[in-house]
Design a protein around this ligand. Sequence first.
Ligand SMILES: Nc1ncnc2c1ncn2[C@@H]1O[C@H](COP(=O)(O)OP(=O)(O)OP(=O)(O)O)[C@@H](O)[C@H]1O
Length: 252
Amino acid sequence: MDPVISLREAQATLGSRPVLRGIDLTVHRGEVVALLGANGSGKSTAVRSVIGQVPLSGGSVELFGKPLKRFKDWGRVGYVPQRTTASSGVPATVREVVASGRLSRSKFRLPSKADRAAVDGAIELVGLADRAKDSVNALSGGQHQRVLIARALAADPELLIMDEPMAGVDIASQEILATTLRAQVERGATVLLVLHELGPLEPLIDRAVVLRDGCCVHDGPPPKAVGQHALPGHDHVHPHSANEPIRTGLLT
Ligand SMILES: Nc1ncnc2c1ncn2[C@@H]1O[C@H](COP(=O)(O)OP(=O)(O)OP(=O)(O)O)[C@@H](O)[C@H]1O
């Protein structure tokens, strides 16, 4: 098995708070792994440490078998940050934002025919072809999310890391994204997803890793949703106190 992500004994402190307290997370080539856990359990921090946005205070990260410090091949990695807007304050069209995701592949030369086709293909995949020339400022929250996903797909990444890609996306669009992701997996992509609910992605998930208070408490088959959490359309974030058992909606 060929590890694409290896996080070993990862520790991170934000402010004065220990947020990752010795996490092991390995994602092998071609696997689809869901990172689950209550609000504040450290999921975003874990994925941000994988791409070098959060420095580790202990432990190590490797990407494609290389220590993060020596990893330079960012065109192989697509990242969708936790819900944010695709707009940077500078007016940009959907196409321009998605094309920015191709820069790591096109090495800042003029875009080739293949670059343009990849950008168009990514926009098509997320169902925004008719909005390609619109300003991202004119999009809804869920459409922004789809632009960010298209931006990550534009470089044809071998590894896709997505932080709650379904947040705020309606069921119909979730189905579109599930189909998009299935196509990526079929072409051999490796995927790490932070999720609250597996929803339409459930059939794609090979393994689930559950965090609690910065520690890994489960690494294995995805837990089955039961009760109201299994209902289609169930999509809410649970308020969690530190002493409450984890109820991700998947474990109960
Ligand atoms: N920049 C920061 N400075 C200080 N503490 C932070 C910072 N970012 C996150 N934290 C804290 O780290 C903990 C983990 O945050 P993180 O965003 O990784 O959780 P999460 O599991 O992704 O949560 P959610 O499901 O709400 O997105 C939280 O307690 C949070 O308050």
